[in-house]
Every structure is written in structure tokens, then in C-alpha cells.
Design a protein around this ligand. Structure first.
Ligand SMILES: NC(=O)c1ccc[n+]([C@@H]2O[C@H](COP(=O)([O-])OP(=O)(O)OC[C@H]3O[C@@H](n4cnc5c(N)ncnc54)[C@H](O)[C@@H]3O)[C@@H](O)[C@H]2O)c1
Ligand SMILES: [Fe+2]
Length: 384
């Protein structure tokens, strides 16, 4: 017998300008007042105002919390929760990338269950469903709008806690690529590589199954088809749509099959140096996959055959796995994410600490092989 469980959002909306249709979905539910959770840039770009006008049109009130930091913090969650209570909001609208969604998920879980973020570390630790969450996505990377996962940084403890909780799933996920057109090249590249890493790590995850593998392969194909063009020509609607689909497919895949050592390590880089999640993942993908080859050469070779079918005939797994890794590296170089850790201010003397923390990260358990502290340090050194 095999039992695989699959979780996804209740309703997902796609299409250029589809957020205009959100009012109809909201009107089906008896919402009165939204806590809008977002960040300052999203407000300045006028993106938050667009969604607020949809709320107005549906006769729904709102209060706005726009203090979310990239790598959202426990302090962000506490402040947002206090505003939600003070304003008597009965649901949450997150607008932005993974940071806004993750912060909103934590607020929603605490509003329904009480306690502190730390209490929910692990899998399915909450008793009650979060307040309803409507996740309006503006980056093409994290998949947070369609996953059970959320990640919150504790600035004092310099940790980043990953939580998986079915009660944190969004009720409505909106992937309107018209809201992604303003993403600058660097952010398009880094967030797009996050989506690729979700798919690759899920494909080789110990906890994946056929559905997640097929979703992951589709996501990989989408990223290779559309990410270079989205970075080259930010106003290309088709490329933006392709990346909105890619990151969603990757989210559905890893949200159910898991991610591994790239994420376990990159969470520590973000926690200690406050570095962008997608960029850290992009840097770590090739060396971690070289390390993982000892246990996952066959799976990596399958990705290689998928990406380079014309070169596959007669080649063994080792060769095809190397070709897959070379493709990851080529893409990363093309879009400007193949940078060295030293250029981001990472310090060599922290490698031991980073490695120890990476081994304790919840994602590490999905990795096809369990590394030692020295293995993680070697990976970091190879991209230093
Ligand atoms: N929950 C999950 O499943 C999951 C998965 C992966 C990563 N994450 C987390 O998500 C966070 C990263 O999220 P992210 O990579 O989406 O970035 P982000 O949400 O941190 O946003 C990065 C920057 O991009 C800006 N931005 C967002 N959309 C924009 C747009 N359309 N135009 C212009 N600027 C825009 C934001 O204002 C912000 O300054 C990390 O904390 C990471 O750990 C969560
Ligand atoms: Fe990620």
C-alpha cells in the first residue's frame, strides 16, 4: 500500500488582469474586513491600490499592514497580528512575493490558534484553520500562494524557521502576471531560480511521488522556456505568464514532495546575512547537485535527458546528471545569478555555523543523502 497526500489552494486564478475578477470570488464569501499584508514597494508601485479597489468594489473594508521585510520576521508577524485584532479583520489578503504571503500565513495561524510562531515549527502543529487567506502573488518564484509552507526569521536568534501546516493554505491564490511586469531583472532572475530549485529538489526528494515528479518536470521545462526571456525582456507578457505558471507548478510539486539541501543551507545564509532567498538558492543549486549525485545520479540524469534529449543516446546516468547540472549552471550564468558567496558578504569563518544549522533545518530530511557538517562546508567553499 502507498498513501500520498496532496494539498493545494481552494481556488486558483490565472490570466493577465485576472485580479479584476477577484471581487466575484470574494462576494461568494461573507467577508467584512481584510487585513492587507504587503510591503512598502508594493504600495509605492501602486499594486496594493489595485487590489484595494477590488475590495472596495466588493463592499469589503480593509486595514493595511505594509511593513513586511524580505525574509519576514517574528516582529513583522506580531505587528500585523496586533493590527488585525485592533481593526477586527475577519480575513487576510497578502499582496507581494513569498515574504508577504509567509507573513500573512503566520498572522492567520496565530489569529486562529494563539501562541507564538515558534510553537508551530514542524508539520501540521496548529489545531485550527488559519483565518482565510487570499494570496495575490507578484513574484514568480516561491509558490507560497499555493503551498502549506511558510518561513519566518527570528532576528534576535538569527534563525529562519520553516513551517508546514495544512491549515495555512490559501483559500484563493491569484497569479495575475500583469502584477509581475514591474519585477526588475535581478528579482525576476533570482525568484525564477527559486522556482527551478523547488522543482529540481522536489524531483530528487525522498518524499516525492509520481504526481509531484511530473509537476516538477513540467515546472523545469517552463523555467527553461521562459525565464531567460522574462529577464531579457521584462515587458514580454508571454514570458511573464510562463514564469507565473512555472512557479505555481513548482509550488504544487515541492509543497507536497519537499525541498532539500539547497533550501536547508540557503535558509541559513538568509538568516545570518539577510540575503535574498532565490539568489542563495541559485548559487547553491549546482554544487549541491554535484554532492547529491552520489545518491540521485539516476534522477538527475532523468532531468538531463529531459533537457538535452538529443545528447542522451548511449550516455550513462553519471554523464547525463553532469549535463543537467551544466544546464542549471548555464541558465544561472545567462541570467546573472551565478555569483560567488564572498561577493555577498558571506564570511568563511561562519561556514561551520552555517553547516551545523543547515543540518537541523526541516528541509534536510527530504534530501536524498544526509550530508555531514564537512560536506555542507565543502559545498559552501566551492562557491565562495
Ligand atoms: N512559503 C513557501 O512555500 C516559500 C517558498 C520559497 C521561499 N519562501 C520565502 O519567501 C521569501 C522570498 O519571497 P520572494 O522571493 O517572492 O521575494 P519577496 O517577497 O521578499 O520580495 C522581494 C522584493 O521584491 C519586491 N517585489 C515583489 N513583487 C514585485 C513586483 N511585481 N514589482 C516590483 N517589485 C516587486 C518586493 O517589494 C521586495 O522588495 C523568503 O523569505 C523565502 O524564505 C517561501
Ligand atoms: Fe524557495
Amino acid at each position: 500500500m502507498a498513501v500520498y497526500k496532496y494539498f493545494g489552494p481552494g481556488c486558483s486564478m490565472f490570466g493577465y488582469g485576472c485580479v479584476e475578477g477577484l471581487g466575484e470570488e470574494l462576494s461568494r464569501r461573507a467577508y467584512e474586513k481584510a487585513l492587507v499584508v504587503t510591503d512598502k514597494s508594493i504600495v509605492e508601485l501602486g499594486i496594493a491600490a489595485k487590489i484595494i479597489s477590488v475590495l472596495d468594489g466588493a463592499g469589503i473594508g480593509h486595514a493595511i499592514f505594509s511593513e513586511v521585510k524580505p525574509n519576514p520576521t517574528v516582529a513583522n508577524v506580531k505587528a500585523g497580528l496586533a493590527l488585525l485584532k485592533a481593526e477586527g479583520c475577519d480575513f487576510i489578503v497578502t499582496i507581494g512575493g513569498g515574504s508577504s504571503h509567509d507573513c500573512g500565513k503566520a498572522i492567520g495561524i496565530l489569529a486562529a490558534n494563539g501562541g507564538e510562531v515558534e510553537d508551530y515549527k514542524g508539520v501540521d502543529k496548529s489545531a485550527k484553520k488559519s483565518l482565510d487567506i487570499v494570496a495575490v502573488n507578484t513574484t514568480a518564484g516561491t509558490g507560497s500562494e499555493c503551498t502549506r509552507a511558510y518561513v519566518i526569521s527570528d532576528e534576535e536568534k538569527r534563525t529562519k524557521t520553516g513551517i508546514k501546516d495544512r491549515n495555512a493554505l490559501a483559500t484563493i491564490a491569484v497569479n495575475d502576471h500583469s502584477l509581475m511586469m514591474s519585477l526588475p531583472k535581478k528579482l525576476t532572475a533570482a525568484t525564477g531560480m527559486d522556482a527551478l530549485v523547488h522543482a529540481v529538489e522536489c524531483y530528487i526528494s525522498k518524499n516525492g511521488f509520481m504526481l509531484t515528479s511530473e509537476l516538477a518536470l513540467a515546472a523545469i521545462r517552463c523555467v527553461f522556456s521562459w525565464l531567460p526571456e522574462a529577464v531579457r525582456s521584462p515587458s514580454n507578457e508571454r514570458a511573464r505568464e510562463g514564469m507565473a505558471v512555472a512557479e505555481y507548478l513548482a509550488g504544487l510539486a515541492f509543497g507536497n514532495g519537499g525541498v532539500g539541501m539547497v533550501h536547508a543551507t540557503s535558509h541559513q545564509l538568509s538568516a545570518i546575512y539577510d540575503l535574498p532567498h532565490g539568489l542563495c538558492n541559485a548559487i547553491l543549486l549546482p554544487p549541491v547537485m554535484r554532492f547529491n549525485k552520489r545518491a540521485a545520479a539516476g534522477k538527475l540524469a532523468e532531468i538531463g535527458r529531459f533537457l538535452r534529449p538529443l545528447e542522451a543516446e548511449g550516455k550513462d546516468d553519471e554523464t547525463m546528471a553532469d549535463l543537467a547540472i551544466a544546464e542549471f549552471e548555464r541558465l544561472s550564468a545567462e541570467i546573472g545569478t551565478l555569483v560567488r558567496l564572498r561577493t555577498l558578504g558571506v564570511k568563511e569563518e561562519d561556514f561551520g555555523l552555517l553547516a551545523e544549522k543547515a543540518l537541523m533545518d526541516g528541509s534536510m530530511g527530504n534530501n536524498p543523502v544526509q550530508p555531514t557538517v564537512q560536506d555542507v562546508m565543502d559545498v559552501l567553499a566551492s562557491v565562495y
